[in-house]
Design a protein around this ligand. Sequence first.
Ligand code: UTP
Length: 293
Amino acid sequence: MNAPLRKVVFPVAGLGTRFLPASKVVAKEMLPVLDKPLIQYAVDEAVDAGADTLVFITSRYKHSIADYFDTAYELEQKLERSGKKELLAAVRNVVPKHVRCVYVTQSEALGLGHAVLCAKPVIGDEPFGVILPDDLIWNRGAGALRQMAQFAPSRDAGVIAVEEVPHDETHKYGIVDAEKADGRAARVRHVVEKPKPEVAPSNLAIVGRYVLPGKIFELLEKTTPGAGGEIQLTDAIAALLRDGDVHAYRFDGTRFDCGGKAGLVRATLHFAMQDPALADIARAAVAEAVQPN
Ligand code: UTP
C-alpha cells in the first residue's frame, strides 16, 4: 500500500477484569509504565505510522482516556508560570497538533469485533489500523504498525501481527495457519479463535495490531457471537480470507502483554533499564527482592 495509515482505532471498552480491583475505577489503558500510561505508547505508535485521526472506542467507565488527551488549562498555566518547560511540553505533546481524537461509545462490551464495528461511521471505506493498547510493542526503529502499513500489498489486503507463543497457550489467542513465510510476512490460509493446543493449527498467535480494509465492516455486521459469546474480530478476518488477501506479519520488536500483571512488570523493568537514571536502581531493587528473607 505504502501510503501512511490515516486512521487508527483503539478498542478500549473492555472490562479489564485481570486488573480488578484497580480497574474498577482506573481504566486498564491508563495504567502507567513508568510515567506514561499504556494508551500513550499506543498513540505514539499510531502517529509513527502516519495517523492523523485516532478513534477511541470507549465505555462509560473510561472517561479518563478522553480527559487525558484533552487540554489541561489550569495545569498548563501553572507549569508555564513556574517555568517548568519540560513538564509543560510533556503535558502538551500527548498528541501532536495535527492529530484529532474521536470518541465513540460501545454501550455494551459485546467483544473486540463489535468494538471495531463501532468505528465504521468514522472510518468509512478506507484501510485503517487497529491497536490494542495492552499489547505494548517496543522497537528501536519503526513501530510495529508502521512496519505493517509499509508491508500492506494493497488497499484490500488485511495484515495481522503475529508472534510465536508456547504451544500450551494457544487457547488464549487467535491462531493462524499460514503458508511458508517470505521474509516477515506469510499469506494466511486459516485463522481460529482460542483453539485448544491439541487442535491448534500452529503456535503463531495474533497479537494486538491489525491493518484492515474498509470491507471488514460488512463482514463484522454479519458476524455472530463466537468464542466466549463475544463478536470476535478473528471470525470476521476468517470471512475476509474467503474472498480476500490476509497476511500474517512477524513484526520487529518486543511485545509486552500488559493486559495482565506479568507483562506489566516485565514492561516496567524493561523501560527502567532503558533509562540511565533508573537502570541501576531497577537492577539493585531486583537483586534485593530476590534475596531470601
Ligand atoms: P481483552 O480480551 O483484553 O478484554 O480485550 P478486557 O476486558 O480488556 O480485559 P480482561 O480480559 O477482562 O482482563 C482485548 C481488547 O479489546 C477491547 C479491550 O478494551 C482490549 O483493548 N474490547 C474488548 C473492547 O473494546 N470491547 C469489548 O467488548 C471487548
